[in-house]
Write a protein that binds this ligand. Structure first.
Ligand SMILES: C[S@@+](CC[C@H](N)C(=O)[O-])C[C@H]1O[C@@H](n2cnc3c(N)ncnc32)[C@H](O)[C@@H]1O
Length: 207
């Protein structure tokens, strides 16, 4: 069952941080932007970006794609919409919950996320929706941090998790690969970008 209180709580945390988000993330972004570029060069066709936040990915999309971006935080959507005004290939920025999207089945050629499934309140529900709206044979690209499987680091991430969860709404101990399998994905290719924590995940959406 979907816990709406949990959803509202996480949404409100992103609303609260929205104006400071780009500033707070700036030191990380210098390292992170090269991974965004690397992932987004493989996006093609009609693209959906889920959990677009302030629109940090927008400038890295190839000119040939047409992007629809969603986020459930209205304040994030407002900031992302401003950035989209200057980019021809960002078609729409919409307020929408990834767990209950209004798009038809098989709408998108590519679905993109970056640092989103640490936050989505009911991740398997969100991933199942991505599987539904992405075309059969389409591509899903995820740049996500997950819980380490290392003996000391993994349990430490569990202990520290309440800190980012309460400030941001982000968990540092999600098992996103397991969640992808629970959502029915099979062809999952994983590249470790930093330790076994930051991953570039590429999926062919065989339905
Ligand atoms: C850590 S931020 C990442 C933002 C952006 N993708 C980036 O790379 O900078 C996570 C974003 O996911 C959004 N989000 C979390 N759960 C969501 C959901 N169920 N539906 C839509 N957006 C969601 C949050 O509002 C937030 O903007």
């Amino acid at each position: 069952m979907i816990d709406n209180k949990k959803t509202e709580k996480i949404k409100n945390r992103y609303n609260r941080i929205s104006k400071l988000y780009d500033l707070v993330e700036k030191p990380m972004e210098n390292m992170f932007s090269k991974h965004r570029k690397e992932m987004l060069k493989d996006a093609y066709g009609n693209v959906l970006e889920v959990g677009a936040g302030t629109g940090k990915n927008f400038k890295y999309y190839p000119g040939s794609v047409e992007v629809t971006a969603i986020d459930f935080s209205p304040k994030m959507v407002k900031i992302a919409s401003e950035k989209a005004k200057y980019l021809n290939n960002i078609k729409d920025v919409l307020e929408m919950n990834a767990e209950n999207m209004t798009f038809d089945d098989d709408t998108f050629d590519t679905v993109v996320t970056s640092c989103v499934f640490c936050s989505v309140p009911h991740p398997v529900k969100g991933l199942t929706e991505i599987r539904r709206v992405c075309k059969s044979g389409g591509k899903i690209l995820l740049l996500e941090h997950v819980k380490s499987t290392k003996p000391v680091i993994g349990p430490l991430m569990d202990i520290l998790n309440p800190i980012p969860l309460n400030i941001y709404g982000a968990n540092i101990n999600r098992n996103t690969i397991d969640n992808l399998r629970k959502a029915g994905f099979q062809n999952i290719f994983v590249e470790d970008l930093w330790l076994d924590i930051l991953k570039l995940i590429t999926i062919r959406n065989d339905k």
